[in-house]
Design a binder for this molecule. Structure first.
Ligand SMILES: Cc1cc2nc3c(=O)[nH]c(=O)nc-3n(C[C@H](O)[C@H](O)[C@H](O)COP(=O)(O)O)c2cc1C
Length: 342
């Protein structure tokens, strides 16, 4: 079974390969997911652009959306050939576009079709196939109905269930759907009790590593989305506390690693802003954090990053030393760590 103790949620326009690379500098162990990718795009689009990633990003899952078993199976096969560690089916997106395209959360209305899709995907690949689902649809959810869905999908060979622990309200906006229906993590706990042989990851509203650790007492994994985008250092202690890895980089170390990455990417033709935009929150809540953000968003270049780096280096102290100021400006000793190629 894949190690899903801690994962970063798939997020359109957020979890592209640049942001994933950044998160990987913070945590080696956390499992990463791509943005939702529609099967037809995989079949007909520019595959390298859509699916390409760096090996450092692994463990990495490809999230697919669609409604046709054969197309999804083919897209899963292509994803596996690209080297993804897992293929995930989106059963949670409530957007109008998803409803028009017949994919995402609205598929929960047709469990028979989902079961058929999953069977085709499981047969197509050797890597694990997982689902990311909601508790139900339009407020009509109940625990027994949810358990029946899980049982049915498991019969197709799926063993990993990521549950965004609220229902989807298809008449509301996508944004409202991340806030309004109440979270019921306890239903996911109950699923784990009722199906102990399956893997359950709970998702929704988890803001800190401590909260994630509390969920881990009841389920196999916790998935964080917005909290990681808003401050990737929410995962600062993840390697030590969850994965037993001696890795706890400072913000400055991550910023320097990203500088090297940006330089390489620019040489490959990537516009600097495609990378820099994901780095705006890197010093969130820290001294000079706002100035960092402003320099990057106004300059949008490698030069602007160098200027911002100089600024935080001055704030932190001598270059290369492993001291960083805590939120109150107090010097805190970061754990001495090898930079592992960072
Ligand atoms: C900007 C944004 C984009 C999202 N895109 C996806 C997506 O592509 N696929 C998906 O399954 N969920 C998507 N979600 C939902 C998240 O994966 C997650 O389930 C949700 O944000 C709740 O977790 P959180 O409270 O930790 O953010 C998105 C959420 C946000 C904020």
């Amino acid at each position: 079974m894949p190690d899903l103790r801690l994962a970063v949620a798939p997020m359109v326009d957020r979890t592209d390969r640049h942001f994933r690379y950044l998160v990987r500098q913070v945590s080696r162990g956390v499992r990463l997911y791509t943005e939702m990718t529609v099967d037809q795009a995989v079949l007909k689009g520019n595959r390298e652009r859509l699916l390409g990633f760096r090996p450092e990003e692994r463990p990495l899952a490809l999230q697919l959306a669609g409604h046709d078993p054969e197309s999804l199976a083919e897209a899963a096969r292509i994803g596996e050939a690209f080297g993804y560690d897992e293929v995930n089916l989106n059963l949670g997106c409530p957007s109008e576009r998803a409803q028009e395209g017949g994919y995402g959360a609205c598929l929960l209305r047709d469990p028979g079709r989902v079961a058929e899709i999953l069977r085709a995907m499981v047969q197509a690949v050797r890597v694990p196939v997982s689902v990311k689902m909601r508790l139900g649809l339009d407020g009509g959810e109940s625990y027994p109905a949810l358990a029946r869905l899980v049982e049915r999908f498991a019969q197709s060979g799926v063993e990993v269930f990521i549950v965004h622990a609220r229902s989807a309200l298809l008449a509301l906006s996508t944004r409202a759907n991340r806030e309004i229906p109440p979270l019921r993590h306890e239903w996911v706990y109950r699923l784990k009790e009722d199906f102990p042989h399956l893997t359950f990851v709970t998702n929704g509203g988890i803001r800190s590593l401590e909260e994630a650790l509390a969920h881990l007492k009841r389920v196999d994994g916790a998935m964080l989305g917005r909290a990681v985008y808003e401050d990737p250092f929410v995962l600062e202690e993840a390697d030590q506390k969850v994965f037993g890895l001696p890795h706890r980089p400072s913000r400055l170390q991550v910023a320097r690693a990203m500088r090297a990455y940006l330089e390489e990417e620019v040489a490959l033709g990537t516009p600097p802003w495609a990378v820099l935009r994901h780095m705006l929150n890197l010093f969130r809540g820290r001294p000079k954090g706002r100035l960092w953000r402003r320099l990057l968003s106004e300059g949008r270049s490698l030069k602007a990053l160098d200027e911002a780096l100089r600024l935080v280096e001055e704030e932190v102290g001598e270059k290369g030393q492993e001291e960083e100021k805590g939120p109150e400006g107090k010097a805190e000793r970061a754990l001495a760590l090898p930079r592992e190629g960072v």
